[in-house]
Design a protein around this ligand. Structure first.
Ligand code: OAA
Ligand code: MG
Length: 557
């Protein structure tokens, strides 16, 4: 293990062993008070640290104490971010060993609040900000990143940050958080990870009127100028970081679909909100069948929200349903959408339907509201991807419970405040018969004698494993079938003990095993599809497992 991590550091292109104060400010190598006596002498550290030498475990306990004393989740986020900038090994030790406690702090919901306040909590820079003013210079800026061998990039333009809307440059919290999870959940070496925010302006007037806003104070650039900027970005990434996988994150609907379609065969890339969310939701539906006794081809799914997540889920569902024997038309007929203008139907009056909704515009009389759509369609599952808080009202949820013995209700919008209903509401209004999942975590719910532990239907179960698998085999593309494989693998890891608690996902404490299993299956799929550029090792699982970063200190001598 020691050697493995040392090799990784070397292969990330990090320079020779720093000494003294530069070593203490090198977060990938810093051990703080855990530098040994011999290291302190050999590396010019004597006097720069207090005399007592601590173990990583002792440092972790101290960090946990400090963290838990912080009065608010935002303060905890700031503490953890500061720890990450100081000592990555300790940061990931804390994260990995206490993932259920840490995930809501470094990720949804707290990361949403952190983004809203990113300007005022900004301490040390993390990641690259590339603004539209830097057109023509993107490759040069990428080269400013101190590590040459970047493998994993998460990029946003901040237009649709979680369900919070356009946060412009403040969106940087999202790529930063996602990449922390790549390391904590799938062992992608932190040195390989690069968060990027493209700043093309913002249409959020509150931000533009804020004298302390950290981004460009201008309206969003759209049209050919935007496209040229994005083309230059993709080309620059390919030149400067040829081995990198690119994850598109939290772009607005129009750009998200276009960018994925036009780039997925040009650069190894995927869109987490379309494909990652699709995969986790499909896994949840597959898991739900084990409770409801249903099967994929008998579903009637009603989505609230027809954006990236909704049609992403439906598209992957269609692929799975066709594998189960349905025709494409039959499979699409299982999926219905309600958007801001009512039920998505053929020949709907008003604005023309966006391209991605057309396959789901069925022949039906117009319907204005979700409640009426539930009445008319009698769905087996209701999936919320609308960013409309509390849109699953009591009458709607009760109606779902009257129509189904075990209604499936997923409230996937993030952060928690945007969820379509709470876990407590879902269980209460269905007398505990619901199969519930949410994008952001909810605490367990007690109903009489029974305690339900709602699953977190969040793409964090998917993207780290998919990324790890794609990197492990040198995939040239990330395909939809890889996300289907990932969904099936995730669903297969849901145990009877999870289902007994009402959870259609494995516990988060198993996330590294989940990511590894997904990575193995994704790499196998890449080999099958002829998209792997690295030779297939005799033992794929052992090969990937040994490549995973473990937060332990290396001997610096
Ligand atoms: O970040 C999350 O929690 C899930 C996600 O991709 C989103 O909501 O955009
Ligand atoms: Mg997202």
């Amino acid at each position: 293990m020691k050697k493995q991590n040392a090799d990784k550091l070397h292969s990330t292109g990090a320079s020779a062993q720093p000494r003294g104060m530069s070593l203490l400010t090198d977060a990938l190598r810093n051990k703080g008070t855990a530098f040994s006596e011999a290291e302190r002498d050999a590396l010019g550290l004597r006097g720069l640290l207090p005399p007592r030498v601590f173990t990583l475990e002792e440092q972790k306990q101290r960090a946990l104490g400090n963290l838990r004393r912080k009065p608010t989740n935002l303060e905890k986020y700031i503490y953890l971010t500061t720890l990450q900038t100081r000592n990555e090994t300790l940061f990931y030790r804390v994260l990995q060993d206490h993932i259920e406690e840490m995930m809501p702090l470094v990720y949804t919901p707290t990361v949403g609040q952190a983004c809203l306040e990113y300007g005022s909590i900004f301490r040390r820079p993390r990641g690259l900000f590339i603004s539209i003013r830097e057109r023509g210079r993107i490759a040069e800026i990428l080269r400013h990143w101190p590590i040459a061998d970047v493998r994993m990039i998460v990029v946003t333009d901040g237009e649709r940050i979680l369900g919070l809307g356009d946060l412009g440059a403040l969106g940087m919290g999202i790529p930063v958080g996602k990449l922390s999870l790549y390391t904590a959940c799938a062992g992608v070496h932190p040195g390989y990870c690069l968060p990027i925010t493209l700043d093309v302006g913002t249409d959020n007037d509150t931000l533009r009127n804020d004298p302390f806003y950290i981004g460009l104070n201008q309206k969003r650039v759209r049209g050919p100028e935007y496209d040229e900027f994005l083309d230059e970005f993709v080309a620059a990434v390919k030149t400067v970081f040829p081995r990198a996988l690119l994850q598109w994150e939290d772009f607005g609907n129009t750009n998200a679909f276009r960018l994925l379609a036009s780039n997925r065969s040009k650069i190894c890339s995927f869109n987490d909100d379309i494909q990652g969310t699709a995969s986790v939701a499909l896994a949840g539906l597959l898991g739900a069948h084990r409770i409801t006794g249903g099967s994929i081809e008998k579903q009637r799914i009603l989505f609230l929200g027809a954006g990236e997540a909704g049609t992403g889920i439906a598209d992957l569902f269609v692929t799975a349903a066709m594998d189960a024997g349905l025709t494409e038309a039959q499979a699409r007929a299982c999926c219905w959408f309600v958007d801001s203008e009512g039920l998505v139907v053929k020949n709907r009056k008003g604005r023309p339907l966006a391209h991605h909704k057309i396959p789901y515009a069925h022949d039906h009389a117009p319907i204005a509201t979700l409640a009426e759509a539930v009445e008319a369609l009698k769905p087996t599952a209701l999936i919320g991807v609308s960013s409309q808080a509390r849109a699953f009202t009591e009458p709607i949820v009760r109606r779902m419970a009257a129509l189904n013995k075990h209604p499936v209700i997923f409230a996937l919008s993030n952060p928690t405040a945007k969820a379509e209903c709470t876990a407590e509401e879902a269980y209460q209004w269905t007398d505990g018969r619901v199969v519930f999942a949410s994008g952001s975590p909810f605490d367990p719910v007690k109903l009489g004698e029974r305690t339900f532990v709602p699953g977190q239907g969040n793409n964090v179960y998917i993207f780290p494993g998919v990324g790890l698998g794609a990197l492990a085999c040198g995939a040239t593309e990330v395909t939809d079938r890889m996300f289907l494989t990932a969904a099936r693998t995730l669903a297969s890891m849901v145990g009877e003990e999870d289902l007994a608690k009402g959870r259609v996902y494995p516990a988060l404490t198993r996330i590294r095993a989940v990511s590894l299993a997904i990575a193995v299956e994704v790499a196998k799929e890449a080999h099958k599809e002829g998209l792997a550029t690295l030779p297939k090792p005799a033992d794929l699982e052992a090969d990937i497992r040994q490549s995973m970063f473990e937060p332990v200190y290396q001997d610096c001598l």
